[in-house]
Design a protein around this ligand. Sequence first.
Ligand code: NAD
Length: 428
Amino acid sequence: MFKYQELIRANMDKLAENITTEQGKTLKDAWGDVFRGLEVVEHACGMGSLQMGEYVSNVSHGIDTFSIREPLGVCAGICPFNFPAMIPLWMFPIAVTCGNTFVLKPSEKDPGAAMMLAELAMEAGLPKGVLNIVHGTHDVVNNICDDEAIKAVSFVGSNTAGMHIYSRASASGKRVQCNMGAKNHAIILPDADRDATLNALIAAGFGAAGQRCMALSTAVFVGGSEPWEDELVKRASSLVVNTGTANDADLGPVISRQAKDRICKLVQSGADSGARLVLDGREIVVPQFEDGNFIGPTVLADVKGDMKCYQEEIFGPVLLLMKAESLDDAIQIVNRNKYGNGASIFTTSGVSARKFQTDIEAGQVGINVPIPVPLPFFSFTGSKASFAGDLNFYGKAGVQFFTQIKTITQQWKESSPQRVSLSMPTSQ
Ligand code: NAD
């Protein structure tokens, strides 16, 4: 893993170029995609202590009990298109350092980075056959779910695929962890630092063209902060939309024509159901790439909880604006939403922040932090409809997911003649 870490660092630019070419995000953003995965490799370098068991000496006369974590065998991972390097790296470095072999299915839309990462892993000395890549879509996924040799499945992607995989793989006795869709909210209190908050909303709403599971896709302005909307729209409209390789690009295209059509339809449905379309990026044309799947930053204001554009994950550069009378009302809006990947508050009030962190029903909570994805010594802790399973990715939970615990009770004492007893053994 140390060698692997070094090789990934040396190949950051090549990996980022591949991601930008296949997926479309800007080069700088693609670099971040690799970097956040690299952090998991660094975390896996400490596997020796991460998988340490527990030992209690002399639980009874001459008896010690200890637990060890053993590998499961063959594990598998199924990946989405939006982080072609980071998400494979969430999975196999932890799995193989726990002693498992791994079958990885990258997204069929951008499998290049996963292939490069596998080659680098071989170069770093991962034994042949430990990491295996299969390509394909539904049939390959179903075979992974059904194959008796596979003991655990990690999935990241949409709810439709995730819930199918969760039930099919569990039905054949596997342990499964599924990270799925999201609708992440930001609550903005009028006492927040205006400039920093607006920049955070822009970066987390439109970065990667909104194709991040932790994108902030809904901003809830609480009494008094509404006038910030105009400045937000002004800043959003100044972002540069271009190919990911262009130096000036703030955001690139979305992944496909189908994705563009779906996003545009959801924006239209919002406008048709009464939301105010205050910034419309659907007709944007990027010179020399007239057929590209570009969408400019788009903002829908006065969005209500029953609108389709609010209930469904848009996964594009579209920010929804809502209003709330008070912090309590804003928290209720967030908690009513079925997803629970992340939520953030922007405020200078410690009391409000503390209330938010206690009452909010989301797995990853940000206080003046727009995308609160922790470093890998914590786990990625999406909740509600954003996660299925009970052991999250990486961190302590990741190690537990990829290992089976075994508890050993041993007795070593001088033998002495004893009467046989058939009663239940107890520690005395
Ligand atoms: P997707 O569900 O379409 O595809 C993910 C994987 O599942 C792919 O490898 C694909 O081949 C496979 N797949 C798709 N449909 C399938 C089906 N019906 N049966 C079997 N396999 C199927 O997801 P995507 O469009 O690649 O990625 C975007 C989604 O991923 C968004 O919903 C986003 O929120 C989510 N995501 C979540 C996280 C997280 O950590 N919560 C991280 C990244 C992305």
